[in-house]
Ligand binder design. Sequence first.
Ligand code: GLU
Ligand code: ZN
Length: 318
Amino acid sequence: MNDSPAPGAGRYAPSPSGALHLGNLRTAMLAWLFARSTGRRFLMRIEDVDRERDAGAAAGQLADLAAIGLDWDGEPVVQSDRRPAHDAAIERLARAGLVYECTCTRREILEAPSAPHAPPGAYPGTCRDRTPAEQRAARERIAPRRPALRLRVPEGTRPPAYEDALLGHCGGTAGAIDDLVLRRGDGAIAYNLAVVVDDAAMGVDQIVRGDDLASSTPRQILLQRLLGLPSVPRVTYAHVPLVLGPGGARLAKRDGAVTLADLAREGIDADRVRGVLAESLGLAARGERVDPAALITRFDPGRLPRSPWLWSPDAFRA
Ligand code: GLU
Ligand code: ZN
């Protein structure tokens, strides 16, 4: 018998929507550094349920991550293969009375009067309290469109609080969590559900990702709890600053040579990209070529920059 706890795991979970750019690569490097510097496994998951699939993109993304020196344990998990587990989780919530059908269009949601202090776009609860007969009628009214499934967030639920390694104390604020979508009208599993179910199944206890996703975290913690899955404080979070382009907006491919392929065409190889990313994290000197193992030794989450990295093409001029 071996009752020593299995080592935890970190992960990187890209959506295969095209080549990774420097911002994605930097987030991946951070997720890898957090995991490896704490003796965790590092796992990869292809999040191909929420967006259009691009069969070639996932392979290219993995090749780019390997090229900058990241490694991971085992085969990447393909999220669309996990559908039975996603359906089972929804079923479990439904048995607890926590799921209902929503026939609203996006527009109806935006135009409905919202609860006081609810953020724009928050679901106003239109379909929450329908009788079975009303539900049937609503379903027939929208056919052939299909209803979405929403979580019936228990009355009085506050956004759960958590300690973020970079953002500090998060969540726990006044205000409610709205009834989030679990399965969309087109049948696709919603991001929040898939991520929670898959992270738990993969043994992920350290979630490092871009800080644009921080606002989803309280909902995900709520789902973990309702599903009886490991949650905070056992599961830890670090939401890392994004990379901004010259215009001050989140770095995008239109900002210039920002993918490994673009950069290679300008004579900048993956080792150099690793060096520049490391420099942006305070882990390497300007122009230094640094091998991946050295980065793990130098890594100290307490000393990471807390503000976005302002990228410009000058970053590659040593
Ligand atoms: N697939 C998401 C993205 O590429 C990341 C999900 C996560 O890290 O929780 O934005
Ligand atoms: Zn609705």
